[in-house]
Design a protein around this ligand. Structure first.
Ligand SMILES: Cc1cc2nc3c(=O)[nH]c(=O)nc-3n(C[C@H](O)[C@H](O)[C@H](O)COP(=O)(O)O)c2cc1C
Length: 171
């Protein structure tokens, strides 16, 4: 599978569906030490006159230590009809106790000095611009009692607003 570089503005489809239905993989680290996890919360848009992608990662995720340690990482976006089984694997198993570098079903590749997945529909190479953990005092009560039931204050998601340095579409 090969990829062609495109303008971030030429990514097709609805952004909400891309995350909520298609799902993505955040992959951070290097060829010999990386981790990936499934995401369905995220946005793409424009901030500070730049194309950005925002993702949300809880500190308890193994991937979190990689997104904290690396300024650049990738967001691989998938077609909603493809690769559900491996994406569920990446979204239910943790690198804390599973070797996700050699997980079945998806093939990692090096791209612009980062790691992403050959089966993705789009690969975004991103660079952190701004990150901040959700402040428990500002999270709406109905979210606290549903999305964060039983979650400690210090394990609410950290948002990473990232510059889209490069976008690639599977050819
Ligand atoms: C469909 C789906 C979407 C998910 N979206 C997110 C997300 O946006 N942010 C997050 O922190 N966890 C999300 N998760 C949970 C992580 O993918 C999951 O906890 C994973 O096992 C973490 O892997 P890690 O510990 O190797 O980083 C999602 C899981 C699934 C199945």
């Amino acid at each position: 599978m090969s990829f062609k570089k495109i303008e971030p503005k030429h990514i097709e489809g609805n952004v909400i569906a891309a995350f909520d239905n298609g799902w993505g993989l955040v992959t951070a680290g290097t060829e010999d030490n990386f981790n990936a996890m499934t995401i369905s919360w995220g946005q793409m848009g424009c901030l500070w006159n730049r194309p950005v992608c925002t993702v949300y990662i809880r500190p308890c995720r193994h991937t979190y230590s990689f997104t904290e340690a690396n300024d650049r990482f990738t967001v691989s976006l998938f077609d909603p009809t493809e690769y559900r089984e491996p994406l569920m694997f990446f979204g239910t198993k943790s690198g804390h106790d599973t070797d996700k570098m050699h997980a079945p079903g998806l093939t990692h590749m090096e791209i612009d000095g980062c790691i992403a997945y050959k089966e993705a529909k789009y690969v975004l190479v991103v660079k952190k611009l701004y990150s901040q953990q959700f402040d428990p005092a500002l999270v709406p009560e109905e979210v606290r009692t549903t999305n964060y039931k039983g979650v400690a204050d210090d394990d609410l998601h950290r948002q990473y607003i990232c510059l889209i340095e490069a976008a690639y579409e599977r050819a």
